[in-house]
Design a protein around this ligand. Structure first.
Ligand SMILES: Cc1cc2nc3c(=O)[nH]c(=O)nc-3n(C[C@H](O)[C@H](O)[C@H](O)COP(=O)(O)O)c2cc1C
Length: 166
């Protein structure tokens, strides 16, 4: 699949906004991801306001790309009624990767900005966004039309492939 090999983290964006129908398409891709027991734990917060982007950038180290991105999608998950709570992080990872790949297909660039795994970020983002108790922030995806042209080298490494036993 071409988009997998064309994807690279884009951190510089043009000012032009991402069209409403493309935002919907990105979210459709996200929600099409596999999840444990098909539990679909995700919720998504679409942000375009400068003030919100600035606040999030202050709360999450290494999130500067969000400042110049016309669009941010914050991937959240609902802790309530999960069939397999052990798998929620994996479910969310699949959804976020789907957003990044669909973005490439649509000519949009993006970068994954970590929240989950950093307790301080989880708590401060949750408080800033006034999220309900059962809703947890997972990651922010900064998105927009790219202002940089990036291509990653092929990372395939046959030495990392093992058959039957490590
Ligand atoms: C779980 C995860 C967290 C990441 N967090 C950040 C981040 O906070 N800030 C950032 O600029 N990039 C972040 N990235 C992007 C990585 O730096 C990037 O994927 C990596 O350098 C490989 O480059 P590529 O995306 O172009 O293949 C994150 C990526 C993943 C998968």
């Amino acid at each position: 699949m071409k988009e997998i090999f064309d994807r690279a983290s884009i951190r510089l964006f043009q000012d032009s906004p991402v069209e409403e129908e493309k935002i919907t398409q990105l979210l459709k891709a996200a929600m099409q991801a596999p999840s444990a027991g098909n539990q679909q734990p995700w919720e998504f917060l679409v942000i375009t306001q400068k003030e919100t982007k600035e606040a999030l950038t202050k709360l999450c180290q290494y999130s500067d790309p969000l400042l110049g991105a016309p669009l941010g999608i914050i991937a959240l998950f609902n802790k309530k009624n999960l069939r397999f709570p052990q798998c929620v992080q994996q479910d969310m990872g699949a959804a976020c990767e789907n957003i990044l790949l669909e973005a490439v297909y649509l000519g949009i660039g993006g970068v994954w900005l970590a929240i989950a795994g950093f307790e301080d970020r989880v708590t401060s983002v949750k408080n800033y966004l006034k999220l309900p108790k059962n809703i947890e922030p997972y990651a922010t995806i900064a998105l927009g039309y790219p202002q940089e042209n990036k291509k990653n080298p092929l990372r395939y490494d046959a030495e990392k492939v093992h058959y039957e036993r490590f």
